[in-house]
Design a protein around this ligand. Sequence first.
Ligand code: RFL
Ligand code: PHB
Length: 401
Amino acid sequence: MTQPCLRTQVAIIGGGPSGLLLARLLHFDGIDSVIIERQSAAHVEGRIRAGVLEQGSVEVLTRAGVGKGLAQHGLTHGGFELASDGCLLRIDLERLTGKTVTVYGQTEVTKDLMAAHRASGTQMFHEASGVALHALGADRPSVSFDHGGQAWRIEADFIAGCDGFHGASRQAIPANCRSEFEKVYPFGWLGILADVPPCHDELIYATSQRGFALASMRSETRSRYYIQCRVDEDLDAWPDDRLWEELGRRLGPQVASGITTGPALEKSIAPLRSYVCETMRYGRLFLVGDAAHIVPPTGAKGLNLAIGDAHYLSTALGAFYARDETRGLEAYADVALRRVWKAERFSWMLTGLLHDFDDATDFDQRIRAAELDYIFTSEAAQRSIAENYIGLPFEDVLAGG
Ligand code: RFL
Ligand code: PHB
């Protein structure tokens, strides 16, 4: 039996938000791509993750032709609350920066992108296994995988590694050509999704003696809450009643009085990690999104960084195919990493500020209290948080690194 072999301009490994978005942006520049995804389409479309989009991300998604659902159902937020032991401070994003964020679930972003790809006929291989990358340093790299009981091979000009933290792409870069920077936090987030109205019209990030809590939402009738928990926490030890009670305690009495409880549609625990792989390029392989970097979810940056990478890479590839210009491709890793590291810093800072660390000394606790006090009383400190939360500006990748 002969092995089916396809040819495309960009082979995209991973059909999560970064892969799907990159393929859409390339499509609008007339660049052909094929998506190879390990999971089923239903699995990809059902995943519950991020909830907050920066204005820059909304603009990129709109450019990718998936702005309609966002415009119709996205909730525009001009601020969010910080709560410290029950005292509330509003970070007024709009007044401090002139910008807003949009609350719209990653599940919806993914569904919108999948619908657009189905309509435009993008070739997508779901449930592909054994994905392997070949000849990354040569002019014609390729990807091999098994699909539908057959061994496939796709030859491409470029490969985009959009396959998340546990994917195959990053591992295909020889260990002596990449440096990894990592911080693993000694706690996770226990998340609950429920069809109840949110307790407040904006997000509330709360720090308390009992640990961190976040009140978020997906719509006016669907709430998403998180609490800091042990990484090895047993989900069975958290029946809905206990979780609602704990949320109320951490968010403080004023917020708790507005909480509507209800049965959990979903409950899960996510570990928290900061991670960066340098470099994000090896030969004709470019890493995009979680394949290259992870942030703890405290700053709502993960999906936004993935969208930023897809924007930079599609711009660089567009210039290559339109004008034979390689400057953007050469600058991609440095330009993307500069933005990534700033988001890493912000997410790490907010995580340290708002979570309870078992090994914190009395000194650490006093410093944390002083930092919170500073933020609660200084507009300059609030502006710095606001500026990072709404998303730092994109550089021009074509101007060079
Ligand atoms: P993904 O979403 O992990 O998608 C990668 C895709 O690649 C596939 N794959 C493979 N395919 C082929 N071959 C292989 N060998 C493969 N290995 C993996 C996977 O099946 C998958 O479909 O990465 P991508 O596309 O880079 O997107 C990144 C985002 O998903 C991620 O950064 C965010 O979800 C992070 N995040 C948040 N980001 C925000 O910007 N705002 C938020 O509010 C926010 N909240 C969150 C979050 C992540 C969370 N968890 C669960 C980690 C809240 C949580 C709780
Ligand atoms: C969410 O709604 O899932 C969410 C919102 C803000 C974050 C993290 C997660 O910082």
